[in-house]
Design a protein around this ligand. Structure first.
Ligand SMILES: *Cc1c(COP(=O)(O)O)cnc(C)c1O
Length: 505
């Protein structure tokens, strides 16, 4: 029988989600006045309010993923043995499968977060892990050969914890992202790329001061934008020419693979798994937080090829990392997490590259972006895969607010009074206070980030956030300035600082 309705070709304005809720949590009934009192009591720093006062918590998508029922089931199977819990070999197997690596050629070190893996890597490179007179002498000799110059690590965009871990080891962290962005080109979607001309320039002029080249996929600091495989091939080629190790910050490897498959013509017919394997195949090592695309709540790793130019500079690398891991994280089989986390991560790695999972996450962020744009909000495009970024400069336009008034801090502090929690990643988080001159220096961007936890919120929740942002945008001439009253000189100062909101004339 003919289907007169032609249902097969039905198109709808809205799409059903690719999952259903199997457990929910009701909000705690906080009033506006209660929220206001609480945010004021923590110095208007949204990091430090209890999460239950928020209605839509977009502070971070890190470790905030709603677990699948399979992950919850695996928690029960978690083995809390001190030595070699039974999830460990399964996790190693998933690392090999997902990243296309073999433990014959790679070493995998578990850490409890991405940043502790970074800390181990950069402490070793910065010379802080010298455990022998030999290593100390070698470090000193390197320092003399460089003419007392600091080491520098170029990247398409260092994440804040990466930068902090590099700088705390007295190494310079350099961001050289592409600055061009031309709509309607393939490159447009890969605004996370590194500027390969700038990289070549650094390597040719100062190669001896560069212990490794780093690339963050996707580029969280630069709007969460993707990095193309073409760009990573070029980095690999340059690293080869100058005999430098190439490392990835692979926290969002799955979302990056999704964007490559969708927007890089050459990879349209490759699977996401093939794209991940090709990506990892280019590098000598990577740090990763499993709290992002790993779909876990806790976990991270430092993964390093056994054969890498890194060991010409650091021959005792693996011994040192092993000791560092043992001292800071415990036995290698749990790396600072629990057996439960290990099992959640095993299960997370099994689903992280599925179309259902990636399309739900990224599709929702894109729809949220379209809504914000339709309401005239200054949202960065192309939209990030895990987050939207709002330009605070435009919240200052036509007002008396200046960059040093930290409008992102003040917008976030006002928003949380209405329920949404977003986070400033701009003039304050990436700015720096010089205690000698009393001056602030600012990054080239001033953004407020809405990071979308995976599988947690429905689209209406996000529309509500957009409506709140719109109200503040339309009333920006009435926004207060944020004056930092504590912590402006701290490392990663946005976590601990306190602010006073002051009305300006
Ligand atoms: C989250 C993140 C890190 C740090 O990982 P943690 O697990 O939070 O320590 C490093 N790099 C990028 C790009 C990240 O998004």
């Amino acid at each position: 029988m003919r289907d007169l309705l032609d249902l097969k070709n039905f198109q709808s304005q809205h799409q059903a989600r690719k999952y259903v809720n199997r457990a929910i949590q009701f909000h705690h009934p906080y009033t506006f006045e209660e929220r206001e009192r609480i945010i004021e009591s923590v110095g208007n720093n949204v990091f430090n309010v209890p999460s239950e006062i928020t209605m839509v918590d977009l502070l971070s998508c890190s470790g905030t993923t709603t677990p699948t029922i399979e992950q919850i089931a695996q928690m029960i199977l978690g083995d809390e043995a001190y030595g070699t819990n039974w999830g460990y070999p399964q996790l190693m197997e998933q690392f090999e499968r997902v990243f296309g690596i073999s433990r014959d050629d790679w070493n995998i070190y578990l850490f409890h977060q991405g940043r502790t893996a970074e800390h181990a890597l950069f402490t070793e490179i910065g010379g802080g892990l010298q455990r022998s007179v030999d290593a100390a002498l070698r470090y000193l000799w390197g320092y003399i050969k460089r003419g007392g110059k600091r080491l520098k690590i170029p990247s398409n965009g260092h994440f804040d914890t990466t930068r902090a871990n590099i700088e705390v080891n007295d190494i310079e962290a350099i961001d050289i992202p592409v600055t061009r962005s031309i709509p309607d080109t393939e490159e447009y979607f890969f605004g996370g790329n590194i500027d390969t001309d700038a990289l070549k320039d650094i390597l040719s002029r100062e190669g001896k001061n560069v212990p490794l080249v780093y690339c963050t996929i996707t580029n969280n600091t630069i709007g969460g934008r993707a990095v193309s495989l073409k760009n990573m091939h070029k980095i690999q080629q340059l690293c080869g020419e100058y005999d430098k190790p190439f490392f990835l910050d692979a926290c969002r490897f799955a979302q990056n693979a999704y964007q490559i498959q969708k927007h890089e013509a050459e990879y349209k017919n490759k699977t996401k798994t093939e794209i991940v394997h090709e990506t990892i195949g280019l590098c000598h090592g990577f740090t990763i937080s499993l709290k992002k695309d790993g779909l876990g709540n806790m976990g991270g790793a430092l993964v390093v090829r056994k054969n890498s130019p890194l060991f010409k500079q650091f021959p005792e690398f693996f011994q040192h990392i092993k000791v560092h891991q043992l001292i800071t994280e415990g036995h290698r089989s749990y790396g600072g997490t629990s057996g439960r986390d290990i099992m959640v991560n095993v299960e997370g790695l099994k689903t992280c590259l599925s179309d259902e999972s990636l399309e739900s996450q990224i599709g929702q962020v894109q729809r949220f972006g379209e809504y914000c744009k339709s309401r005239g909000l200054p949202v960065e495009e192309p939209y990030g895969s895990h987050a939207l970024y709002f330009r605070m400069k435009e919240y200052r336009d036509g007002t008396n607010l200046k960059q040093e008034d930290f409008v992102g801090i003040s917008v976030a502090a006002k928003l949380i009074r209405l329920g949404p929690r977003l986070c400033e990643l701009g003039a304050f988080a990436f700015g720096k206070y010089d205690p000698k001159t009393g001056k602030e220096t600012f990054p080239p961007f001033d953004l407020l980030r809405a990071a979308i936890p995976r599988n947690k919120y429905e689209i209406e929740d996000l529309y509500f956030v957009a409506d709140c942002l719109k109200y503040l945008f339309d009333n920006r001439d009435k926004l207060p300035k944020a004056v930092c009253t504590h912590g402006k000189d701290l490392a990663l100062r946005h976590f601990d600082a306190r602010f006073e909101l002051q009305t300006i004339k």
